[in-house]
Design a protein. Sequence first.
Lengths: 436, 298
Amino acid sequence: MKNPLKSLLAVTTCLAMGAVLPAAAGQFDGITVEAKLIGGQQYEGLYGRIGQWEASTGATVKIVSKKNHFELDKEFKSDLAAGTTGWCVGSNHSSFAPQYPSLYADLSPFMDADEVAGFVPAMISASTVAGKLVMLPRAQFDVSVLYYQKSLYEDDAKKAAFKTDYGYDLAPPATLDQFKDQAIFFADPPNFYGTQYAGKDEGASGRFYEMVVANGGRMFNDDWTPGFNSDAGKEALGWFVDLYKAGAVPPGTTSYLWDELGAGFASGTIALNLDWPGWSGYFNDPESSKAAGDVGLVVQPMGSAGIHTGWSGHHGFSVTEKCPTPEAAASLVAFLTNEASQIAESAGGSLPTRTAVWEHVVKAAEGDEFRSSALNVFKQGATHAFPVPKTPYWIEASNLIYPELQAAILGDKTVDQALQDAADAVDEMMQENGVY
Amino acid sequence: MFKIKLPTWFVLILPAILILVAVVLIPLLLSLYSSFTPYRLTRPDTLYKWIGTYNYEKAAKSWVFWSAFGRTVLLLTIALNLEMLLGLGLALLVSRVTRGQRALRTVMMFPMMFSPILVGFQFKFIFNDNVGLVNNALQSLGVTTAAIPWLVDQKLAMFSIIFAEVWTSTSVFAILILAGLFAIPKDPLEAAKVDGCTPWQTFRHITLPFLMPFIYIALAIRSLDVARAYDIVNIMTNGGPARRTELLWTLIGRTGYVDAKMGYANAMGYVSIFMAIFFTIFFFKKLSAARAELGMAG
């Protein structure tokens, strides 16, 4: 053994973690693995564990870039253009992964089948692009559930008024129609709004996409022609337009993205909020949220086809095709996504992507009523999850679709005209890219 | 062995030529070439496929492109003229201050010291419809009970962007014009006073003609530099909503780096460059005319 001290450290670490590391001790002595990782407070905790992998394998990890996903995406594209993709490990996301058909290697040859079987099967499916397992999911799974202010539903006067106006009992919404009714009912602008939605970028297209699916429609047909200009699409876009026209959402919602939405619900001025799991702790923390102690969660509502919304995504790690040491890189990816890593990362509130870790997280939350109930809702919500359409042109299509959605919401175009224009633009883009 | 004897003057400027070729000319030629290809960042092989003027034809036929083009010209016109007028006013006021003028000049330059990204975030918060300072102030003062969508409304969104841009760049004009004011000889001003000219006549017929070269220099610099407003627009609205604030810069940036269509983005970029060249020539012609009027060499 080249470095007995490092090996001893590695064995001790393994025992301490109670986990079996895929790499043999000292296996990658002297190797440096360059990594480009997503940065941000909620993601950093995991990187603190990299030292353990270094100690156990003898390799060194050099983080050459740390940015948010949108900035990383631009950097990856520039790297592809310049042919500088010799770094090894990159943060990836299921929404972005299909864009890089030539950047990342198939991880299957480096992984034990049992290792892969430990992940939730839907996550592995969403991480597989054109038959290649391009990333292993980390404990950062996202599917939106419905947050609401509990006190609104316990107010007898509101209950009676709602029953009179809408003819059914006031309870957290189970359908998109109920969601809309209640958002309009609770709204009292400019001080209080029924709901809010992501109004730009992939946030707007993604919400529209999940509602099209929930209404029984499809974003794209089998031949990748646009499928959203349909009755289901018109119903979905109509939902956004109706809420905006009724003043049930903040007038600036078309310029909101996740941070603004999170801050909005935490300010206590939003009744219902379809949002990601990562916000649950923040929303119920009195230090950061005026809604703390009054936060309820229900499974995301169903559309007119009886299907729940469920646009989902997850973060993961990939290995580049040009990585000179793919075994070491794959070992690092396996380490960062193994059970011990997922347990450590999900302790921060994010959702795991491994079946066994789900069980661990649920058990660890026993005694914490809010966390337990939230996890229960997330678990149910996850059963309805579906990823973005697996085309390299999803982001490009999204950039053509969301300005048209905004135009309809703001009244610049009718729903029919906006969807027709969006479909024409996506159709032209697909043809230009030789998709059909 | 045969030796090439280069002229001394050429040897002396050769390093400058080499640097310019490496950092300006080659990238320009490469981007010009790529604008005739379907070059996608994610598919480097597309750089070698020649498609002629397809990208330029596509831009020429694109309503989205021409709307962004028109909006960019509008922004340039309004922002530059407003900055010039406000900068002129500010410089005239500061030039009359006798005590603490240095401190005032320093304070005046504060907005220039902020990075455009920070300015973008600052004004995005100030104009936020729900928790923004402006709406809260207006509602607290009883001016309105509504949440005004500053960054969403068709006209208000462009106004908000122009406001942010004017706030950050007016001091550039003010400083350059102030330098011009200090350079004006005192004799004509005193002669005008003796001849009984009103302050307006003095300003119109003496001060302003002397200042015009400085104003045109400032306009020429700012017309090239104004594209830095990309950061402000990108943070405040990113061209939205519904493309209401889409400018050439946001459109080109998204097309090139998010959609990865660098060939098409470069074609649009070249139209943008031609526009910048047009503005520069226009302002330099005006500058030469103003200098000629003052009897200075063209």
